[in-house]
Ligand binder design. Structure first.
Ligand SMILES: Cc1cc2nc3c(=O)[nH]c(=O)nc-3n(C[C@H](O)[C@H](O)[C@H](O)COP(=O)(O)OP(=O)(O)OC[C@H]3O[C@@H](n4cnc5c(N)ncnc54)[C@H](O)[C@@H]3O)c2cc1C
Length: 363
């Protein structure tokens, strides 16, 4: 494949999975990008911490040994609705890994191989041919890989709305390692479905369990308005969840993120602007495939950039939107069914539902 002449190095904004993967893929093709990341060290992004078997394969394709993540092996999925459970074996082993661990390994790999990673650099504004950093410095670009994930940049924000005036929130609670949790959750990804939301549980590299929830704001309000009250209320309603939350401290630390635009896809872009990861498509997190989308979008964007340069942004965005349409729609359907109690019970009554959901929501 003939590569476009590089007059200005491609710029990547954001050093999460999408940005780091784009940097590595460009380097694999002999192109050294500049990667701007606002944090000095990766934070622990709100995320379920589940890496699907497909995502694990994509990490290996970047030349990173998945074993080096030291993740907790996950071989089964279990769906819970009310007092009922349905389990299934995953098509191939997945991993439970904290985002701090994953993001550090990916970004260190990018930097170690030669990507020009500049940490502690926050992009404030994006112009047509340059961008402005928080310190006032200007960086020119003619091909930009937008990988800011959950944060939008002014001028290229993702639309809000489409949630019927009842936004969706993400909440995350870390449960300390214990033999009881290992016995209950070890080796499984658990999805506890409830009215207007779900909680996913997975064990991570240090034996702690990530309890990550996506929930409508109205449900939080009904439970008393605070995340801790909502967790307590859900434990009252769901016996299996109560067992897992038994050692939750009285005043737990719960991280939150607001207004997650689940289901959004960028169907086009402007010349030179390649959207990646959550800036390209936001799959409902019940699928546990957001990191997979981040890595797949980086691969697509770099392939289109290598064949068409800045003009490749349009075909990348259109093709990627088509590529992820089915898993995003199916994950939306599962989210919709799962968060309505009567429909969730009907879903669980279907033989093989857990395995079908696990398979069809992959990218
Ligand atoms: C509740 C919840 C649970 C989830 N669970 C899972 C799961 O179990 N498995 C899964 O695969 N996915 C899950 N996801 C989805 C997953 O978190 C995202 O899809 C994934 O993080 C997207 O990666 P990214 O690289 O696009 O963005 P991010 O991971 O958000 O990374 C963006 C990076 O850009 C940097 N940045 C942001 N703004 C700027 C700026 N202005 N200047 C410079 N740098 C900037 C940030 O510091 C960050 O490092 C979940 C999401 C939610 C909300």
């Amino acid at each position: 494949m003939s590569r476009p002449p590089v007059t200005v190095a491609p710029v990547i904004v954001g050093g999460g999975p999408a940005g780091a993967a784009a940097g590595i893929a460009l380097l694999q093709a002999g192109v050294r990008a500049v990667l701007l990341e606002r944090l000095d060290v990766p934070g622990d992004t709100i995320c379920g911490g589940f890496l699907s078997w497909r995502t694990v394969e994509r990490i290996a394709a970047l030349g990173i040994d998945p074993d080096s993540l030291g993740g907790h092996r996950v071989s089964d999925v279990a769906l819970y609705v009310g007092g009922k459970e349905q389990g299934a074996t995953l098509p191939a082993p997945a991993l439970g890994v904290s985002r701090q661990r994953l993001d550090s390994i990916l970004l260190d790999a990018a930097q170690g191989r030669g990507v020009d990673v500049r940490r502690g650099q926050t992009v404030r504004a994006l112009g047509d041919a340059d961008l402005t950093l928080a310190d006032g410095n200007i960086v020119p670009w003619d091909s930009l890989f937008l990988a800011t994930g959950k944060s939008d940049l002014r001028g290229v924000s993702r639309p809000r709305g489409g949630t019927g005036g009842d936004p969706e929130l993400g909440l995350r609670l870390r449960l300390a390692p214990s033999p009881a949790l290992t016995r209950m959750v070890g080796g499984r990804i658990e999805l506890h479905l409830f009215d207007r939301g779900y909680i996913g549980l997975v064990m991570q590299e240090d034996g702690s369990v990530n309890a990550c929830m996506a929930v409508r704001k109205s449900r939080l309000a009904d439970a008393g308005g605070t995340p801790a009250r909502l967790f307590a209320r859900l434990a009252d309603e769901m016996p299996a969840l109560a067992d897992r939350l038994a050692d939750m401290p009285a005043d737990p630390q719960i991280d939150a993120i607001g207004n997650v635009p689940y289901g959004w896809r960028a169907t086009d872009t402007r010349t030179g602007l390649f959207r990646l990861g959550d800036q390209a498509a936001v799959i409902p997190s019940v699928a546990g495939e957001g990191v997979g989308i981040a890595l797949a979008s980086a691969q697509s964007a770099v392939a289109h950039w290598l064949s068409d340069g800045a003009k490749g942004a349009h075909p990348h965005q259109r093709a990627f939107a088509r590529h992820v349409a089915r898993p995003v729609a199916l994950a939306g359907l599962v989210k919709g069914l799962g968060s309505r109690p009567a429909l969730a019970r009907a879903l669980l009554a279907l033989p093989g539902a857990a395995q079908i959901v696990a398979r069809l929501t992959r990218v």
